[in-house]
Design a protein around this ligand. Structure first.
Ligand code: FES
Ligand code: FES
Length: 154
């Protein structure tokens, strides 16, 4: 039995210790906002946060999770997170597949670096977008940073 806290809720789960966190989130908890892309820690589609840090859930055994997990469903219940608002305002997604991971990684970045430069964004946001939405992602991160500087909470 594994105990996992996801989006503020505690779960006791009968899963294998080496089951990837991604599949526990999706298949056991039904939180399908977190996506599977490569399965080898390369693309970032599966990014969630553990205690505020971005983690690639496809290569994280569920038994290795020591902190509180946050998925895209837990970022806000009403799309009011400044990052989600910025993504909407900049119309970032194209196909959308990578965007849960992008948003979770961006929210974590903004917690670490409240006013990131383009170079910070390029260095820290390494998630892959096959649709090439990188310029809009950058704009949205700057927009979210500006909103947070005025008091919006990540
Ligand atoms: S699915 Fe996890 S990094 Fe690609
Ligand atoms: S929006 Fe299509 S992969 Fe990123």
């Amino acid at each position: 039995m594994i105990t996992l806290t996801v989006n503020g809720k505690r779960h006791d789960l009968d899963v294998e210790a080496d089951a990837p966190l991604l599949w526990v989130i999706r298949d056991e908890l039904g939180l399908t906002g977190t996506k599977f892309g490569c399965g080898i820690a390369q693309c970032g589609a599966c990014t969630v946060q553990i205690d505020g840090k971005p983690v690639k859930s496809c290569v994280t055994p569920v038994s290795a999770v020591k902190g509180a997990v946050k998925t895209i469903e837990g970022l806000s219940t009403d799309l009011k997170s400044p990052v989600q608002q910025a993504w909407l305002a900049e119309d970032v997604p194209q196909c959308g597949y990578c965007q849960s991971g992008q948003i979770m990684a961006a929210a974590a970045l903004l917690r670490d670096i409240p006013n990131p430069s383009d170079a910070d964004i390029d260095a820290k946001l390494t998630n892959i977008c096959r649709c090439g939405t990188y310029p809009r992602i950058r704009k949205a991160v700057h927009r979210a940073a500006a909103a947070m500087a005025k008091g919006a909470r990540a």
